[in-house]
Design a binder for this molecule. Structure first.
Ligand SMILES: Nc1ncnc2c1ncn2[C@@H]1O[C@H](COP(=O)(O)OP(=O)(O)OP(=O)(O)O)[C@@H](O)[C@H]1O
Ligand SMILES: [Mg+2]
Length: 574
């Protein structure tokens, strides 16, 4: 129940900028339907008018003019409702949804992005916008308009003949209620499962497109096409089963309707032949029974469709909002003046095996520490924990004496900056890719950072220079160029603690040397952690830590460590 309440709150938040417009959209539709009711009354009167002893042809003109006016009003209000829905609301609501959902991703922890396909996440975000557009249409054109039209028909039946009204009321409310209940219990769960398969399918498809070259090179495309086909088929099984149930129920409801209608028709003919019902009323009764059937079917159909949309929205909501949340915005902001780091008895495992075991390390402010160790020894894991991507199982990580577990993630990010082991760029210009480190940076600042990262000269050789688009994930740049973009970012951002995780591994010796010099020159007051495989990279460090299998096995100055481990191949796993 609490979950549903949260989902409802989420839905309401999607309507934040269009509350008034949504009201106008629905009210206009209701008004249009009320005029529609009036129109039916007028038609009924037109049929009965010639039976009136004082009937004059001018009356017929007058009432016909009235009919045209009423129909005009039906159209006008319907038109207003549709314009508000399809133009004004879409214009305001969908951008709001995109912004709202995307910014919420910042509350998600690292594991969320590790555990979910990126395609799955983006398709969930997209789906919310599309489903909301559909929901607005279903609610107004389907639900509200059909409900008012059914109520109007019933009101007229009430004025014509009370027993007919009561039977019609029981018949149609019976059909609607049982059908809705049946559908909620038997149909929606199937739609939910089918939808889960669909989201999964989008994720796999996106991932496959992203890795298409690998699939092609290894001749795995056909195999993968088959996997995709299977996934689609799985999703279809549930949808087809749901449709079968819907049709079976629809057929039974139609049969009951026909039987009741036939009985009522006989009764109405009897009334008409005994002059107890006028011709207008008789025609209207038939008209009401036919239109009530159509509206009630359409009504339950829109109810079903609205239910389906809500199920799909809820699936997206659950993915985007439940679990994997940091939930630590309320925590204190970390205050960092010095930049001292302490790993205090830290134990950590991703799954079964401990990656860090009773790990202790103190890095004083402005110290420059190198970390080496074989592949898989836990070096990047240290960075992951420092960034709060994961939490230690036990032990503490302190920055300037404050346990980062007690501080908001956002504030921790402000004091750290790093060059990751693998730089993945956005499909945007070089300028925009660097700018994410400091969104208000001036062009000159960016150029300065690029010069320090030994990137500026290369950029100047490109026809579009800083506006060059780097391709998806940065595919149009070399590994070393991508790495230097990440380096330019750290020269741009002011942070007390700077981390390099194999930051120069793809660079030639000469470029690496120049960048090292710039790092030493421009990060004098910062604390530096430099993870590397190549020992030569760490010559300028204050000391070097050697890791193995989650432990520190040696510590010393570069002069002590480099000769000692010179022959060790740190690139292979133990
Ligand atoms: N997200 C994850 N989920 C599960 N296991 C992980 C995850 N990330 C890393 N590991 C495992 O944790 C261990 C340590 O990984 P880590 O990335 O810290 O090694 P590393 O020292 O940085 O290695 P390399 O030199 O190759 O970069 C490895 O055995 C790795 O398989
Ligand atoms: Mg690593």
């Amino acid at each position: 129940m609490k979950k549903n309440k949260k989902f409802l709150k989420f839905l309401i938040s999607l309507y934040q900028p269009v509350k008034l417009l949504s009201f106008v959209m629905i009210i206009s539709m209701i008004i249009s339907q009320v005029f529609d009711l009036l129109k039916n009354y007028i038609i009924k009167d037109i049929i009965d008018l010639p039976n009136n002893p004082n009937f004059q042809i001018t009356d017929l003109y007058k009432i016909s003019a009235f009919l045209i006016l009423t129909i005009l009003l039906v159209f006008t209000f319907r038109y207003i409702s549709n314009i508000v829905r399809t133009i004004t609301i879409v214009k305001k609501q969908t951008p709001h949804i995109s912004e709202y959902l995307f910014s919420n991703l910042s509350k998600k922890n690292y594991a969320f992005f590790v555990d979910n396909f990126s395609g799955k996440i983006s398709s969930a975000i997209n789906q919310v916008s599309n489903e909301i557009i559909d929901l607005n249409a279903r609610i107004t054109v389907g639900f509200v308009s059909l409900l008012t039209s059914m109520i109007s028909s019933l009101i007229i039946l009430f004025t014509i003949n009370i027993p007919i009204f009561i039977i019609a009321l029981i018949l149609f409310s019976g059909i609607i209620i049982t059908r809705s209940l049946y559908f909620t219990k038997k149909y929606l769960p199937l739609i939910k499962t089918s939808q889960e398969y669909n989201i999964e399918y989008s994720g796999i498809l996106n991932d496959a497109v992203l890795n298409f070259t690998s699939l092609k090179v290894y001749s795995a495309v056909d195999n993968f096409s088959h996997t995709l086909k299977k996934k689609r088929e799985e999703a279809n099984i549930y949808r087809n089963e749901a449709s079968k149930r819907e049709f079976t129920y629809g057929a039974i409801a139609n049969l009951i309707y026909l039987i009741v209608f036939a009985i009522l028709l006989v009764y109405a003919i009897k009334l008409y032949s005994n002059y107890l019902m006028s011709l207008g009323n008789f025609v209207f009764f038939i008209n009401a029974m036919v239109s009530l059937k159509a509206s009630s079917t359409d009504f339950t159909w829109s109810y079903i469709k609205i239910g389906e949309i809500l199920v799909r929205l809820k699936n997206s909501y659950e993915l985007l909002y439940e679990d994997y949340n940091y939930d630590d915005e309320y925590k204190d902001e970390i205050v960092v003046n010095k930049g001292q780091i302490n790993f205090d008895n830290v134990n950590f495992k991703y799954t079964n095996n401990y990656v860090l075991k009773n790990f202790n390390l103190e890095i004083k402010d402005q110290e420059k520490v190198g970390i080496i160790g074989v592949s898989g020894s836990g070096k990047t894991t240290l960075v992951n924990l420092l960034f709060k991507f994961y939490n230690p199982e036990s032990g503490k990580i302190l920055i300037d004496g404050q346990d980062i577990a007690d501080c908001s993630t956002k504030s921790v990010y402000k004091v750290l900056t790093y060059v990751p082991q693998e730089t993945i760029l956005m499909h945007a210009s070089i300028l925009d890719n660097i700018k994410i480190a400091k969104m208000d940076a001036s062009y000159d600042e960016i150029v300065k950072a690029c010069k320090r990262a030994e990137l500026h000269d290369f950029i100047e050789t490109l026809p579009q220079k800083y506006e060059t688009i780097v391709g998806e994930r940065g595919i149009k740049l070399s590994g070393g160029q991508r790495q230097r973009i990440a380096l330019a970012r750290i020269f741009l951002k002011d942070a007390k603690i700077v981390i390099f995780d194999e930051a120069t591994s793809s660079l030639d010796n000469n470029t690496e040397f120049k960048i090292q010099q710039n790092i030493n020159k421009y990060f004098k007051k910062e604390t530096i952690i430099c993870i590397a495989h190549r020992l030569s990279t760490l010559k300028e460090m204050d000391y070097i830590v050697v890791m193995d299998n989650g432990y520190i096995i040696d510590v010393g100055t570069p002069k002590e460590i480099i000769p000692k481990y010179d022959k060790v191949d740190f690139k292979s796993e133990t």
